[in-house]
Design a protein around this ligand. Structure first.
Ligand code: FFO
Ligand code: ATP
Length: 211
């Protein structure tokens, strides 16, 4: 699967940090053009595919994220996982940019603490290490390549958190189908601290990179 985003930028000659920044702008612009209908459809498909995956694997705890408007929507998946009796951990940033987790307790419990920030659960916050209890870790990304290198929003939140994931957990980036790039055609710029993922969850299915 190769990216169909038109006009992927030429990253040749750029340092990885600058190349990431250019690529983030391109993908954010492209995400902003997606219609509400296509976003809803993508969220519905991610809900079905992600919940089938977790129930088939018998995951008891899944780490996920509460999506912001242009991200692949996770609302349907949150509700399906919860209805299946699976514990769902969501990032809690609190008043600052803390790296903690909270339990998903229904969509109505999620609060956007400031405009543009991801919605968060209101209940007890657990330390970053709580993610070690998850056997399936679904992370936000702007894109990913087939070697498992992901590009996030640039805060380094997930790179630091992924250090605490169980070595047995399956880690998937949640992206739109055209955000999965073939490593031979368009490698995602990589820095030494970047944590790799095993595959991608898209509205078209699960794409495993690492067996
Ligand atoms: N849905 C979601 N949750 C996530 C992430 C993510 O990429 N997506 N993160 C991934 O690492 C972590 C934190 N991500 C954050 C993303 C934005 C801002 C933020 O402050 N945003 C701007 C608004 C920008 C905008 O309007 O788009 C702001 O409030 O000024 C903070 C943390 C954890 N939770
Ligand atoms: N494990 C780490 N330890 C210390 N600093 C880190 C670590 N991971 C990332 N950083 C720092 O965080 C900043 C953002 O990193 P990067 O551009 O890789 O974020 P990202 O993976 O795209 O975003 P996110 O993880 O928030 O989705 C960089 O300045 C980087 O140096």
């Amino acid at each position: 699967m190769t990216g169909q985003i038109q006009h992927l930028p030429d990253l040749g000659g750029l340092e990885p940090e600058d190349a990431k920044s250019v690529l983030r702008s391109t993908i954010r612009e492209h995400r902003a053009t997606r219609s509400a209908r296509r976003r809803t459809d993508a969220g519905d498909a991610i809900g079905i595919i992600g919940s089938h995956l977790a129930t088939k694997r018998a995951d008891k705890t899944v780490a996920l994220y509460a999506s912001r408007p242009t991200e692949p929507s996770t609302g349907a998946l949150l509700e399906r996982l919860s209805a299946a009796g699976i514990r769902v951990l969501l990032p809690v940033l609190g008043d600052g940019l803390k790296r903690e987790w909270g339990d998903f307790n229904g969509l109505s419990d999620l609060v956007e603490r400031a405009p543009g920030r991801p919605p968060e659960p209101s209940g007890q916050a657990f330390a970053m290490q709580e993610v070690a209890s998850a056997t399936l870790v679904l992370v936000p990304a702007l894109c990913v390549d087939t070697s498992g290198c992901r590009l996030g929003q640039g805060g380094g939140w997930y790179d630091r958190v992924l250090e605490h994931v169980s070595p047995d957990a399956l880690v998937l980036a949640v992206v739109f189908p055209d955000e999965v790039f073939n490593i031979d055609e368009f490698p995602v710029p990589r820095e030494p601290h970047d944590a790799m993922v095993h595959g991608a969850l898209t509205p078209q299915g699960v794409n495993m990179f690492i067996p």
